[in-house]
Design a protein around this ligand. Structure first.
Ligand SMILES: C[S@@+](CC[C@H](N)C(=O)[O-])C[C@H]1O[C@@H](n2cnc3c(N)ncnc32)[C@H](O)[C@@H]1O
Length: 250
């Protein structure tokens, strides 16, 4: 998308993110699973948890509240400012940087995770591979790289315009198009009120399960678990999304 860079999504959504997406997945269950994994790895040397694309802390804050040391990376200073304004944020270390290769020197983590399709914000597959490489290189022995994303379904190219919100003072229109050949989707929310029009663009490149697993193998990781959700529901052929845990290959 012309004019779109790695900080655009966060910068344009920061003011509405919590209103629109606070309940999109079960943050408490996610935090409990990640805390378990961090504990499990404690035997192998312990260490903090790194969230890639931490955003406003929807997941990091409940995880931190469980006593887990959390570090978060995000390209958007606006998203990190929204996080910093929340109670409990002082316990979380945040870093401005690209999740394809976060500027964290040689720091290691028991768990690195990237949730809610955020990996797909890297629209170049080579950058998704770099993200796997970087995460793999940051794991302590026995550590986990956890990826939550939707399972791509076969489909045709589509374009749509649909209302997201209609009130007396505001209309939010969702304009989007998908390109299955390129495995890309992009769109805009046109947020229209008497104050003016805010443009909230997004752009993703999805990867299939096989592609993700192949990236993991190239990074020296293997698939250890695949669940349908953060509750560890067994993954099935009809699962619309997945939580995949990769660990260093033996
Ligand atoms: C969909 S939000 C998810 C936020 C949070 N993880 C959650 O689950 O609520 C995606 C986040 O990733 C950030 N982001 C997008 N591209 C990024 C990149 N290349 N590197 C780091 N963060 C990125 C955005 O700024 C945004 O905060």
């Amino acid at each position: 998308m012309d004019g779109y860079d790695p900080a655009t999504y966060g910068d344009r959504f920061a003011s509405v993110y919590d209103d629109w997406y606070a309940g999109i997945t079960d943050a408490k269950t996610c935090a409990e699973l990640l805390a378990d994994l961090a504990d499990l790895d404690h035997e192998a040397g312990g260490g903090p948890v790194l969230e890639l694309g931490i955003g406003t802390g929807r997941l990091a804050l409940p995880l931190s509240a469980l006593g887990v040391q959390v570090v978060g990376v995000d390209t958007s200073e606006a998203m990190l400012a929204a996080l910093a304004a929340k109670p409990g944020a002082g316990a979380i270390e945040t870093v401005v940087g690209d999740m394809a290769d976060p500027p964290l020197g040689d720091r290691r983590f028991a768990v690195v995770f990237v949730a809610y399709n955020t990996l797909f914000n890297l629209v170049d597959p080579a950058d998704q591979q770099r993200c796997f490489d970087s995460a793999a290189g940051r794991l302590v022995p026995g550590g986990s790289f956890v990826v939550e994303a939707f399972v791509p379904a076969p489909g045709q190219a589509q374009q749509s315009v649909a209302p997201r919100t209609i009130t007396a003072d505001r209309v939010v229109l969702s304009v989007s198009q998908t390109d299955p050949g390129r495995q890309e989707a992009m769109g805009q929310y046109l947020d229209i009120s008497e104050a003016g029009i805010a443009l909230r663009p997004w752009h993703i490149r999805w990867s299939t399960l096989d592609e993700l697993d192949a990236m993991a193998v190239r990074s020296g990781l293997v698939l250890a678990d695949r669940w349908a959700d953060w509750d560890r529901t067994p993954f099935g052929v009809d699962s619309p999304s997945h939580v995949s845990r990769y660990t260093p290959a033996p």
